[in-house]
Design a protein around this ligand. Structure first.
Ligand code: TXA
Ligand code: MG
Length: 337
C-alpha cells in the first residue's frame, strides 16, 4: 500500500494551460514546452518569482535569463530595439533565435545578471504562446533542468530533474528542434553569435547583410576564459563521462572496451559496425539526418546514462546542415571536464 502511494506521488502528472498560467500569475513557477527545449518559467518583471528559478535550478546568479515574449511590440517595452533586431524579428520570429539588446529600466537586474542588456525571444510553440496570452506578461525561462545537466526535451525529463519539487508541468510533446535557441548579440557595435542553435550563421548573415562574428568556444579547452556571461564551458552533461572523437575513423582506431563503453552513433551503419563487435550502442538517427540527430540528442544522452557504463563515446557530426554546428557545440560542452 505504502509502495503504491509512494509510486503515485513520484509519478509525473501533467498540468493544464490554465493551471500553469494561474501559478505564474501568483508568482510561482511553471514548466512549459517550447520548440527548442522545455523552459522553467516565471513572471520576468517580478524579482521574487525570478529568484525561485535560480533556487530550483541551482543556477548561479551570474548567468542571465532569456525573457520570452509574444511579439516584437513586447520586445520594445523591455529593450531598445535596433534596425538589425527588427530584421531578425521579421524573418525568424516566432522561432528559435534569442536576441541580446540594451535593456530598459523595467527589467530587473536579477534577470540580466546586473548587465545593461536583456535577452529576448518569441517562442513558436502553440502551448507556450497560449500561456503567454493568458498571462499577458513577459516570462523569464531558462531550460527546465538542474544547472549544468542535460536540457529536457520532454515533460517527463523535466519531472525527472525536479521530482517532487516540480512546478506544474505543461506537456507539449517532444520539442521539435531539441536544441536551445541561437543567441545573437545585437547590443554592441557588431553582431555576434554567443550560442549556435537552429538558426545558423549563414541565415543570420543573409538576413542582416553583414558579417557576423562567432563569440563561443569551439574547442573543449576548459582553461580558456569564459567569453560571455553564462557561457560556462561545461554544460549539458550526462552523469557518465562523455568522450568526443573528431570523427568515426578516429573512434574506430581508438582503444575501446566492449564491456564498459557505450557507443553513441550518428546513424545505423556506424551502430551496426559496433554492434557486430559486441558493443552496447545507441543511435541518434537511422540515416544520420542532422535534424533527427538534434531532435534525439538530449533524450539519448539521458538514456545513455541509464546503461551505467564507465564511458559514453561519440564523435562529431560532419554532415553539413543548418543545425550541425549547434550539435557539435553541445557535444563539445557535454564532453568538457
Ligand atoms: O531555447 C532556449 O533558448 C531555451 C528555451 C527555454 O527558450 N532557453 C534556454 O535558456 O536555453 P538558458 O538559460 O538555458 O540559456 C540562456 C543563454 C545563456 O547562455 C545565457 O548566458 C544567455 O542566454 N544570455 C541571457 N541573457 C544574456 C545577456 N544579457 N547577455 C549575454 N548572454 C545572455
Ligand atoms: Mg540551459
Amino acid at each position: 500500500m505504502l509502495c503504491k502511494l509512494l509510486s503515485f506521488t513520484n509519478s509525473f502528472k501533467p498540468s493544464s494551460i490554465e493551471d500553469c498560467a494561474s501559478a505564474l500569475l501568483k508568482g510561482d513557477l511553471a514548466a512549459l514546452p517550447t520548440e527548442t527545449v522545455y523552459g522553467l518559467a516565471s513572471l520576468a518583471l517580478d524579482e521574487d518569482a525570478v529568484s525561485k528559478i535560480f533556487r530550483l535550478k541551482g543556477r548561479p546568479q551570474t548567468n542571465p535569463l532569456i525573457v520570452h515574449i509574444k511579439d516584437s511590440q513586447m520586445a520594445s517595452n523591455l529593450a531598445f530595439v535596433t534596425n538589425y533586431a527588427c530584421s531578425i524579428f521579421e524573418e525568424f520570429w516566432p522561432g528559435p533565435i534569442t536576441v541580446i539588446l540594451k535593456k530598459r529600466e523595467c527589467v530587473p537586474s536579477s534577470v540580466c545578471a546586473d548587465l545593461d542588456t536583456v535577452a529576448v525571444r518569441s517562442p513558436s510553440h502553440s502551448k507556450f504562446r497560449e500561456v503567454l496570452s493568458l498571462v499577458n506578461a513577459p516570462l523569464a525561462a531558462p531550460s527546465a533542468n538542474k544547472s549544468n545537466k542535460v536540457s529536457p526535451t520532454t515533460a517527463e525529463h523535466v519531472f525527472n530533474n525536479f521530482g517532487r519539487q516540480s512546478p506544474p508541468i505543461l506537456d507539449g510533446g517532444p520539442c521539435s528542434f531539441g536544441l536551445e535557441s541561437t543567441v545573437l548579440d545585437l547590443s554592441g557595435n557588431s553582431p555576434a553569435i554567443l550560442r549556435p542553435g537552429p538558426i545558423n550563421l549563414t541565415q543570420i548573415e543573409n538576413c542582416l547583410n553583414t558579417p557576423i562574428s562567432i563569440n563561443y568556444k569551439t574547442k573543449s579547452d576548459a582553461n580558456s576564459a569564459q567569453i560571455s556571461p553564462g557561457q560556462f564551458h561545461k554544460h549539458y552533461s550526462p552523469e557518465t563521462p562523455l568522450i568526443l572523437m573528431d570523427n568515426f575513423e578516429e573512434l574506430k582506431s581508438s582503444k575501446l572496451n566492449s564491456e564498459s563503453d557505450l557507443i553513441l552513433c550518428m546513424n545505423s551503419i556506424d551502430s551496426n559496425y559496433f554492434q557486430s563487435l559486441n558493443f552496447s550502442t545507441l543511435k541518434l538517427s537511422n540515416s544520420g539526418n542532422p535534424n533527427e540527430v538534434a531532435f534525439n540528442l538530449y533524450a539519448s544522452l539521458i538514456t545513455a546514462d541509464s546503461f551505467k557504463k564507465n564511458r559514453i563515446i561519440t564523435y562529431k557530426i560532419h554532415q553539413m546542415s543548418e543545425i550541425s554546428s549547434a550539435i557539435n557545440d553541445r557535444l563539445t560542452r557535454s564532453a568538457s571536464k
